[in-house]
Write a protein that binds this ligand. Structure first.
Ligand code: AMP
Length: 282
C-alpha cells in the first residue's frame, strides 16, 4: 500500500495501475477510522481491482463554531487499518494544495440540502460536495462508497453525480452500529462515559418508531413526536431535529406511505450525533 499527500503522486499511481482492465473504488473519509468506514473499504476491495481511500478533514464543510480544530486524527493508525483491509492507495491531501490561495469555486445543490443538517449547518453540504467532486476529479474512480449513516449526504452526492453527469457510480452501504445500537462515528470519541451510555437512546428511539409503524402509526407528526419524546427522556440529550422525509428528495413527509427516512440529530455534551432509519409500511 502506498500513502501519498499530493495530486501529482495520485496521478503517478493511477498511471502505474491503470494500464490493464479492471475498476477503481474510492472510499472518501475524514479519517479516525472505525468499523463503519472499514465496511465501505471491504465492499470496495471485494468489488474492484484497486481501492483508494482518501483521508482529509475538509475545512470547507465545517462552520465557524464547529469542531474542525478538535476533529480526531490518527494517520498512522488509519494507514495500518487501511493496509490490513486491502487498500492500495491512501491519499491524505493537504489543505494548501486542495484549497490554494484564491480558491473560489464551490458546488451548490438546491432543495435536498435545505432541511435536516442543512438547516443547522448552512455551508456544510456546499463544502462536502466540493471536496467530493474534487476527489472524483483527482482519483477518477468507477465506484465511490458512502455510508447510509450520513443519509442526507448520500442522497445529495447521488444527486450531484446524476445532475452533473459525473460518471461515477455511487454505492451506499448500511449503518454499522456498536453492540448497544449507537451508530459508529469518529465523533463518538468526544463522549464522556455517561454521554456514551446516554447516546444509545438514539437508536432505541428509532427502533420504537419502527415498531409503532408496524403497529399502524403513519402520521409524521405522531412518529416524530414519539421519537423526540423518547430522546428527550434522556437528560444528557439535546435534540437538534427529528424529521420524517422522502428518502431521495429529503423533503418533509406528512404521512408515511411506502418508504420514509426518519432522521435525528442530537447533542450529547460536545458531540453532535446523527442517526436514521428507513421506515417502510408493510
Ligand atoms: P466520515 O469520515 O465521518 O466523513 O465518513 C466517511 C464515510 O464513512 C461516509 O460515507 C460515512 O457515511 C461513512 N460512515 C461513517 N460512519 C459510518 C457507519 N457507522 N456505518 C457506515 N458508514 C459509515
Amino acid at each position: 500500500m502506498q500513502v501519498v499527500h499530493s495530486k501529482a503522486e495520485v496521478l503517478a499511481w493511477l498511471q502505474s495501475v491503470r494500464a490493464g482492465n479492471g475498476t477503481l473504488g474510492l472510499v472518501p473519509t475524514m479519517g479516525a477510522l472505525h468499523a463503519g468506514h472499514m465496511s465501505l473499504v471491504a465492499a470496495s476491495v471485494a468489488e474492484n481491482t484497486h481501492t483508494v481511500m482518501s483521508l482529509f478533514v475538509n475545512p470547507a464543510q465545517f462552520g465557524p463554531e464547529e469542531d474542525l480544530d478538535n476533529y480526531p486524527s490518527d494517520l498512522e493508525g488509519d494507514c495500518r487499518k487501511a493496509e490490513a483491509a486491502g487498500v492500495d492507495l491512501v491519499y491524505a491531501g493537504t489543505v494548501d494544495e486542495l484549497y490554494p490561495t484564491g480558491y473560489a469555486t464551490y458546488v451548490i445543490q438546491e432543495q435536498l440540502t435545505d432541511g435536516l443538517c442543512g438547516t443547522d449547518r448552512p455551508i456544510h453540504f456546499r463544502g462536502m460536495l466540493t471536496i467530493v467532486l474534487k476527489l472524483f476529479n483527482i482519483v477518477r474512480p468507477d465506484i465511490a462508497y458512502f455510508g447510509q449513516k450520513d443519509a442526507q449526504q448520500a442522497a445529495v452526492v447521488t444527486r450531484m453525480a446524476r445532475d452533473l453527469d459525473i460518471g461515477v457510480t455511487i454505492c451506499v452501504l448500511p449503518i454499522v452500529r456498536e453492540p448497544d445500537g449507537l451508530a459508529m462515528s469518529s465523533r463518538n470519541a468526544y463522549l464522556s462515559p455517561a454521554e456514551r451510555a446516554a447516546a444509545a437512546v438514539l437508536y432505541q428511539a428509532l427502533q420504537e418508531a419502527e415498531a409503532a409503524v408496524a403497529g399502524g402509526m403513519r402520521s409524521a407528526g405522531e412518529i416524530t413526536r414519539r421519537v423526540r419524546g423518547r430522546i428527550e427522556s434522556e437528560p444528557l440529550a439535546e435534540v437538534d431535529y427529528v424529521e420524517l422525509v422522502d428518502c431521495d428528495e429529503i423533503s418533509p413527509l406528512a404521512e408515511l406511505t411506502g418508504r420514509g427516512l426518519l432522521a435525528v440529530a442530537a447533542r450529547f455534551g460536545k458531540a453532535r450525533l446523527i442517526d436514521n432509519i428507513v421506515l417502510r409500511t408493510p
